[in-house]
Ligand binder design. Structure first.
Ligand code: UD1
Ligand code: BG6
Length: 371
């Protein structure tokens, strides 16, 4: 089962080039002469018209599955033009928040059995929304009870901390955005760039996995810290939340993902010369804003670890003042798939070095079937 790996989490991190390949298998169409590149999601093809007509798309999930939806939200909004809102399943139920017949509610769950998500599904069904599932488990409760959906086909995930399911979920939701977006001429160049990038994404993930030793070295530096902040924005706000969730759940270290745009509204007060901070500053439309965040955190003497695109080390390190993690650049909306990998590796190595249980973190369960 674990092959040459010591832990399932480690195996599942390293098999992401293969799990992403199976997620996309048969679903990307290269296009021939006169034919556009496109995506085919068999489970959705009869429902796309209804989804396109909906007034709103609501993503609903818990934990890592929620973070994956958050990573996909910008591209879904861009390509569909439909407002996309986010719901943590338990919070939707606590509020009994409004869900309408004109809504498409998308339930994201690796296991397909999480009680909060399942109850939110029952609630949305009662309210008449079109319910779409994105699950990894064929025959699971959420797969059965949704009107339609997509299996992410990432293969069984055993480690309690979700890794390969996260990257496959993002890829499926990017494909969902392409499928809903249709083939309007105005979007064509953007669509083709994303599809080309999807074909090459397993190779880019293979490249970023070469940072394994570098992340182990970084983990050695951080082993005794109390806390680790992660700042992201735009496509990579989700990366900050998911990276810090990994560190918290397996390495048992306090970690917080922070929306960089909120820095001055509170988090900046925490920054001093002892606090380690990861800043995600890969190339996209937010890059210059992140450069200014780096400068401001540095001015408060924060110990910065900056994740940037290959070749950008000089542009972000403030003359060597920051430690840098360079990652391959991909299409902006798919960058979260690449960027999470070094943080998964960091959380893994921190856990091993701190001597905690990697695959069964204390107090947590793979599938939470009670509310
Ligand atoms: C399906 C087959 C796959 C086959 C392919 C060939 C299954 C499970 N999948 O894949 O083995 O190789 O056709 O064309 O038999 N669904 C939900 N909710 C969910 C997830 C899925 O209702 O949360 C539904 C879908 O709407 C669809 C069915 O389950 O009706 C299968 O979904 P999926 O496996 O994603 O479909 P295909 O990729 O077409
Ligand atoms: C649990 C797991 O809390 O449930 C997490 O430990 C997971 O890893 C969360 O993200 C949601 O699970 P699922 O199966 O609904 O995606």
């Amino acid at each position: 089962h674990k092959g040459n790996y010591e832990h399932y989490m480690q195996k599942e991190i390293h098999e992401q080039p293969e799990s992403l390949t199976t997620t996309m298998r048969g679903r990307l169409i290269r296009g021939g002469t006169c034919k556009a590149k496109t995506v085919l999601l068999g489970g959705l093809k009869d429902h796309l018209k209804t989804i396109r007509r909906s007034r709103r798309i609501v993503f609903i999930g818990c934990g890592t599955s929620y973070n994956a939806a958050l990573a996909a939200r910008p591209i879904l909004e861009e390509l569909s033009g439909i407002p996309v809102t986010m719901e943590i399943a338990s919070d939707l139920l606590d509020r009994q928040g409004p869900i309408y017949r004109e809504d498409t509610a998308v339930f994201v769950s690796q296991s397909g059995e999480t009680a909060d998500t399942l109850h939110a599904l029952e609630y949305a069904l009662q309210n008449g929304a079109l319910c779409v599932g994105i699950t990894n488990t064929v025959g699971s409760a959420i797969a059965r009870k949704t009107h339609c959906g997509v299996h992410i086909n990432a293969g069984a995930e055993i480690g309690v901390a979700s890794t390969k399911a996260y990257t496959s979920q993002i890829v499926v939701m990017a494909m969902l955005a392409l499928a809903i977006g249709g083939d309007a001429i105005s979007n064509q160049a953007r669509r083709e760039a994303i599809i080309d990038c999807l074909f090459d994404l397993p190779n880019k993930v293979r490249d970023v996995l070469k940072l394994d030793q570098e992340m182990k070295d970084l983990a050695k530096l951080l082993i005794a810290e109390q806390s680790l902040l992660m700042f992201g924005r735009g496509y990579n706000y989700a990366t900050a939340l998911e990276g810090s969730l990994k560190v918290k759940e397996v390495a048992l270290m306090h970690s917080e993902g922070i929306l960089a745009g909120e820095m001055k509204h509170g988090p900046l007060a925490l920054v001093d010369e002892s606090l380690p901070i990861v800043v995600i500053a890969t190339r996209d439309a937010c890059f210059s804003k992140q450069q200014s965040v780096i400068q401001q955190l540095h001015a408060r003497k924060g110990r910065l670890i900056v994740m940037c695109s290959s070749g950008d080390a000089t542009a972000v390190s403030l003359g060597g003042a920051c430690r840098v993690i360079e990652v391959p650049r991909v299409e902006d909306c798919l960058q979260p798939v690449v960027n999470i990998v070094p943080l998964q590796l960091l959380a893994y190595h921190l856990t091993v070095l701190r001597g905690y249980n990697v695959d069964q973190p204390r107090n947590l369960a793979k599938s939470v079937t009670t509310e």
